[in-house]
Design a binder for this molecule. Sequence first.
Ligand code: SAH
Ligand code: SF4
Ligand code: F3S
Length: 448
Amino acid sequence: MKRVYIETYGCQMNVADSALMSHVLEDAGFRTTEDVQEASLVLLNTCAIRERAEDRVRARIRQLGQLKRIRPDLVLGVTGCMPKHLGKELLDRLPQVDLFLGPDSYRRLPELVEAAAQKPTLDLRLDDEDYSDLDPVSVEGVHAFVPIMRGCDRFCTFCVVPLTRGREKSLPLDDVIRQVESAVAQGARAVTLLGQTVNSWHHGAHRFVHLLDHVSRVPGLLRVRFTSPHPAEFEEEVFALMAERPGLCPQLHLPVQSGSDRMLEAMKRGHDRAQYRSLVDTIRRHLPDAGLSTDIIVAYPGESEEDFAETCSLIEEVRYDSAFLFRYSPRSGTYAHRKLRAEEIADEIAAARLQRVIELQERISHERYTRWVGRAVEVLVEGVSRRDPAHLVGKSADGKTVILPGGPEIGTLVRVEIGQATSHTLLARGVHEDDPVPGDRAVEQLEV
Ligand code: SAH
Ligand code: SF4
Ligand code: F3S
């Protein structure tokens, strides 16, 4: 029996893509293994978003090159965003690799793997592939990732995604619903809908709000989230619907990148600071307890001390529950890399700015988490705690990890009282057994 081992880097879309590749290969007679030693095919599903992501993959390829010396029949493939980003030059630079595939080539994996066993093979075409008929759903315990769109049309100046994944493609509503139903049939109780600008999903007469309406009414599904929305693509109806549907979790990731209007303009983000602040106000008006997170890039070319101070003040004003904080990384092929090399910020300054936002956010996260202490929170029990098997791990509706005492069944909703908080976790002191959360909640359909 042929065995495939897949290692995943990068975002949730890649996690879903790895599951898709696994399905395609299993249909062609492969078995997926967790043990690289017993695999005849090793795939690294890679990310190109920052230089560090690519460095990690290069190091891993060198390691696997050693394995290939002892096992010459092993086929080593590199898939996803990095081969698409670096293109044909990789064939010469990485002679250990037999197969390079971009994100739209996974349907052809079985034949391409066969070709790669004979000679180095590369397939980096981007087309209208959306895999909608292949059910690209990745179920892990009680949670599933469901891609609803692929690609990105926005071309932020720093970002490789439009280059690596091509133009935006939305999956048809019926296919999304079928995939969510199939995830529920496989045990999922919560789904996260995925897309690079997930809220710009549209198909025929349907817009994102309609999709949320349909998905949140799938029987047996307790919770729905989505990521990453783009701040400039929101319609207020989405928050109104989230406020009235218990299954639509009040958790929103709102990547802002910078608090400075000058930087937002330079990055071509499509909104200014005031519009973003007003979006946050609208969200909090509909969903006062929403968990908010963001992505920030510090030291974008030309960022002055004043620009950076604006980012810090925005973080203070919005008070995010958490944030992914990055230092700008130049990516070949992007506008910023082509045109703004001369304005790049010195390493020491960039590192110091990153450290400052990390410390600032850490303090705010701790305050935001601590405000739940003493309150009752609804938790979906997702598994057993890895650190302490007597405890369970779950998620609050606003997206926080909660550790709770053992007892409740995995896949159920329980109400717990929060006893303690760190900047990353809530610790429950008790489960409200006498106050269960109803599993099935009747809701009325939205009119399209
Ligand atoms: N589609 C999502 C984000 C995808 S990439 C969105 O638009 O929100 C995730 C995050 O990586 C981005 O939000 C950005 O903060 C960061 N990122 C992207 N390109 C980067 C670069 N060249 N350097 C540093 N961080 C980057
Ligand atoms: Fe990249 Fe911008 Fe598209 Fe997000 S919206 S994937 S940051 S180009
Ligand atoms: Fe990375 Fe590609 Fe995702 S560049 S972040 S794996 S879309």
